[in-house]
Design a protein around this ligand. Structure first.
Ligand code: PLP
Length: 412
């Protein structure tokens, strides 16, 4: 009998049969509040009628037209539509299928454009599992262990982690930027450095928002040295943090923006955006892939962007995120095992710690399992697996947030 690979060990015992909005239903039709959203993917909820309709229509019209061979209308329409939400000046878009592939495309572009090799990434950062993306990833030993040698030219520097460093956010920013400056002296001189890649909220690394002053500091240093700033918005983009892009909180402009996950409500499509000047430096044929910018995924992305706008989902993420954060802080106040509640918008983490401040992954795992038992699906993250995170679909309502909080309190 053929069985699934052991690598597909699942976090919950749920066998999903169907999804609707914020709910998943198992094969016995038991409903679960899905606060995982397929790891931040089903932004408009499961099977939003507009996304379903757009995809179904496209399936009956044109499923695939390989974009370096023939162009198709859904991709042109999506590109035009993205122009309404992308940062000013980032008006050239290139498509692939997943976050990791888009990360790889951004590195190729940065190396082509600058003629430099090195990339600065952050400790605790996560950029994917393909070999290049894994080389940029330092969180989750499992992603890198036993697969080396890794792609060269990557240097890591600390991300400001005020809670774990037990200091103020300002002190954490100063310390991280000082270490960054030191790195440019000791490990990678600016003339060898193509790019900095950063997540606006450290995702797999434990849901730690980048303080605006930190992103501004990176922007300054990138400008000073002709280094490109790549912002990995794979998890934070398309409204997730309560602004359209996570870096909007800092008011900076990246040189290359990476988007995936929530872009198409579950269909695999990802993109990088950059200026015309920068993108024109990618050699023709150097980027691409057979399935990149698939027509059905592009139609679903277009419908997703319409739903995000028409239903005010960015504002909803800010409002429901604030409601959820407040409720989580109340639960944490009653349960000292939760040492920190943090995040931005609908991207919130609960860090479990022992009384001496060390990570408590065992209790986090129990709370995660108890929540699933109570009908609330969650995820864990963080370098020690001790952060229970919540990333519900952006359509979540106040009633659903309250229902989730009730189940969370019971689980904890
Ligand atoms: N970048 C970030 C910030 C992510 O969170 C992820 C996935 O979680 C990736 C890249 C990789 O995306 P994918 O799993 O689609 O390859």
């Amino acid at each position: 009998m053929t069985e699934l690979s052991p690598a597909l060990k699942q976090a919950t015992p749920v066998l999903a049969a169907r999804g609707e909005g914020v709910y998943l239903y198992d094969t016995d039709d038991r409903p679960y509040l899905d606060f995982t959203a397929g790891i931040g993917v089903t932004s408009t909820g499961h099977c939003h009628p507009c996304v379903v309709e757009a995809a179904q229509r496209q399936v009956g019209t044109l499923i695939h037209g390989q974009y370096t061979t023939v162009m198709h209308q859904p991709l042109l329409a999506l590109t035009e539509r993205l122009g309404e939400v992308l940062p000013q000046g980032l008006d050239r878009v290139f498509y692939v299928n997943s976050g990791s592939e888009a990360v790889e495309a951004s590195v190729r572009l940065a190396r082509h454009a600058t003629g430099r090799a090195n990339i600065i990434a952050f400790q605790g950062g996560f950029h994917g599992r393909t070999m290049g993306a894994a080389a940029l990833t330092s969180s989750g030993v499992k992603v890198r262990a036993g697969i080396g040698p890794m792609m060269g030219g990557v240097v890591f520097t600390p991300f400001p982690e005020a809670y774990r460093w037990q200091c103020t956010v300002e002190e954490a920013v100063s310390r991280a930027l000082a270490e960054f400056d030191q790195l440019l002296v000791t490990q990678t001189s600016p003339r060898d450095t193509a790019a900095i890649i950063v997540e606006p909220v450290l995702g797999e690394g434990g849901y730690i928002p980048a303080p605006p002053a930190f992103l501004a500091g990176l922007r300054e240093r990138a400008d000073a040295h002709g280094i490109l700033l790549i912002v990995d918005e794979v998890q934070t983009g398309v409204g997730r943090t309560g602004r359209f892009w996570g870096h909007d909180h800092a008011g900076i402009r990246p040189d290359i923006l990476i988007t995936a996950k929530g872009l198409a409500s579950g269909f695999p499509i990802s993109a990088i955006a950059a200026s015309e000047e920068l993108m024109s430096k990618a050699w023709p044929g150097s980027q691409g892939g057979t399935y990149g910018g698939n027509a059905v995924a592009a139609a679903a992305a277009l419908a997703t962007l319409d739903v995000v706008e028409q239903e005010g989902l960015v504002t909803n993420a800010a409002e429901q995120g604030a409601r959820l954060a407040e409720g989580l802080r109340k639960v944490a106040a009653d349960h000292p095992v939760i040492g920190d509640v943090r995040g931005l918008g609908l991207m919130l983490g609960n860090e479990f710690t022992r009384p001496d401040g060390t990570p408590d992954a065992a209790t986090a795992a129990r709370a995660h399992a108890e929540a699933a038992e109570a009908g609330l699906l969650l995820l864990t993250c963080g370098p020690h697996g001790n952060v229970v995170r919540m990333i519900p679909p952006l359509v979540v309502t106040a009633e659903q947030v309250d229902a989730a909080l009730e189940r969370w309190a019971t689980a904890v």
